[in-house]
Design a protein around this ligand. Structure first.
Ligand code: SF4
Length: 532
């Protein structure tokens, strides 16, 4: 379990609750490292820090550890502009073009400085596709924004200029002072105040910066807690999701099993190298290992391909008796008899912990999808066994007891099965989410049962609006002309829709991709993800 590290600094007794919550973040929520400071009327009443500045917990968090503060930098940028106002060098009602002549393009001749500071300039984005490096090129970004046509009539509406604010206001500061925003801020504000805040950090300070650690999402693949439930009691198991907790630098485990998808392969191999160097047995498994056996074998003492359940007990027995094989090929097995996953091993930091599988596989064969080869066929679990998982309620927080996330590829593919399951769920009064296919929108009886049993959200793989692309993807069950109506049917029943899109099919042009971005941001749609 996460430990509470030594907390340094001081905390006025009147603010003891702040100190307690700060500690609880480490103990209960897997905090890695943090600092908090509170100043009341110029009096610092809380100044605490603790933990580590890196995900591997090798570097202590110090009093002067620096963190990326994202949009707080907008406040510092605005401070620079306001200082120039105080000095009489900047007029908030003057046109931006008075200070930055190129900005007068595309009808912006009279746009006042005030609207840049108030996010009312209509310049929240750049339409042209720019190379990725442009983000680091001040002149390129300012030139693009100076040439841009406002996305709405300036001054008529407010829209958060999340990414462009720094260039827009910062360039005005630069034109007036002849100094970069970072230099002006440092010389006129930070240094006189003794403030350790930088806009642009010199390499000499990089060693003081804390690493970013990703936010915890629901456990995306629950094979770990399934395998833990299949592990004989004589082997204690610890489950670590790197989403919320870094693997310890050293472990007393005899065997470390690492499951991962392709995007995490480099990190998985790094962790594998570390544990193998300590003499641990490392076993690789999961989708990437299944599709890249030879590569995975270079980093593992053994690998498991396919669904691991059928070979897990044999592998553990072999490891225990010194006869571990390099490859365990697992064939899909019937799902009857799978134990309830070890939810107790998941950190409480996961908002949703009850991830349930009622079915496995998918009757469709979309060309880009790993499911048909990774989980061939379509199998269902006995309904009563699925309901037993859903009845498991030993969770700390009420929302963890309330919400069920079906981690199925297509829960509704077998209608008699899903009807029986939903009927059993009604009295349990849960909220649930799943992945499913668009054809459910035409099944009013099923939609009614979904609503009655507590469905709050579904994920659809919409993929594309283009007939040719859908044909490419073998996704002929999707009909673009029916998307809107299908989503409306779900919304009418209070069920939220998340949708996945794929851009970059062989026949997709840039214009198709732009059109798709427009289509899927129409009011009433909620875009979840896209990949290319
Ligand atoms: S419908 Fe979804 S899960 Fe099934 S094959 Fe297609 S993409 Fe994969």
């Amino acid at each position: 379990m996460p430990q509470t590290p030594d907390i340094h600094g001081h905390c006025d007794p009147r603010f003891a609750a702040v100190g307690e919550t700060f500690s609880a973040n480490f103990r209960d929520h897997g905090e890695i490292g943090a600092a908090v400071a509170v100043v009341v009327d110029g009096d610092p009443v809380v100044d605490l820090w603790g933990g580590h500045a890196d995900r591997d917990r090798g570097r202590p968090w110090e009093r002067d550890t620096l963190v990326n503060v994202y949009s707080c930098t907008k406040g510092m940028t605005a401070l620079c502009a306001h200082r120039l106002v105080c000095e009489g060098r900047l007029d908030l009602d003057a046109p931006v073009a008075r200070y930055w002549p190129e900005f007068a393009a595309a009808g912006k001749e009279r746009l006042p400085v005030r609207w840049l500071l108030g996010h009312r300039a209509g310049l929240a984005a750049v339409r042209d596709l720019l190379p990725g490096e442009a983000l680091y090129d001040w002149d390129a970004m300012c030139a693009a924004l100076a040439a841009e046509t406002p996305w709405w009539p300036p001054g008529t509406a407010h829209g958060y200029h999340a990414v462009t604010f720094g260039w827009l206001v910062g360039e005005v500061v630069r034109r007036i002072t002849g100094r970069s925003l970072g230099a002006y801020f440092r010389e006129e504000i930070a240094e006189p105040l003794g403030a350790d805040f930088r806009i642009g950090l010199p390499a000499s300070e990089h060693g003081r910066v804390a690493e970013m650690s990703p936010l915890p999402m629901p456990p995306q693949d629950d094979d770990r807690i399934h395998l833990a439930a299949l592990t004989p009691d004589r082997h204690p198991v610890r489950v670590i999701h790197q989403q919320v907790e870094a693997p310890p630098r050293e472990t007393d485990a005899d065997l470390v099993a690492i499951s991962f998808v392709s995007g995490f392969a480099p990190e998985a191999y790094r962790v594998a190298r570390r544990y193998r160097a300590q003499g641990k047995i490392v076993v690789g498994g999961g989708p990437h290992v299944t599709f890249a056996e030879e590569e995975a074998r270079l980093h593992s003492d053994a690998i498991v391909t396919g669904e691991a359940e059928a070979v897990w007990a044999t592998l553990l027995d072999d490891a225990e008796h010194g006869r571990l094989q390099p490859v365990y090929r697992s064939a899909p097995r019937p799902l009857d008899g799978l134990p309830t996953p070890r939810y107790d091993l998941l950190p409480d930091r996961f908002f949703i912990k009850r991830v349930v599988q009622a079915t496995r596989g998918c009757p469709f064969r979309c060309s880009f999808c790993t499911v048909p080869s990774l989980n061939p066929g379509f199998r269902v679990r006995p309904v009563e066994q699925v309901l037993a998982d859903i009845r498991y309620d030993s969770f700390k927080h009420w929302w963890q007891r309330k919400v069920v996330w079906f981690w199925d590829n297509n829960l509704t593919a077998n209608r008699p099965f899903v009807r029986e399951l939903l009927a059993g769920m009604v009295p349990l009064r849960k909220w649930w989410l799943t992945q499913t296919s668009l054809d459910i929108a035409g099944d009013a009886a099923l939609l009614a049962m979904m609503r009655e049993s507590g469905c709050i959200g579904v994920f659809f793989g919409i993929e594309s609006f283009g007939k040719a692309s859908l044909r490419d993807a073998h996704k002929t069950q999707n009909k673009a002309e029916k998307y809107e109506g299908a989503i409306r049917e779900l919304h009418r029943r209070g069920i939220c829709v998340m949708a996945g899109f794929v851009s970059g099919f062989d026949g997709d042009s840039q214009a198709d991709i732009k059109a798709m971005a427009g289509d899927c941001t129409r009011p009433g749609w909620m875009c979840h993800s896209s990949a290319s």
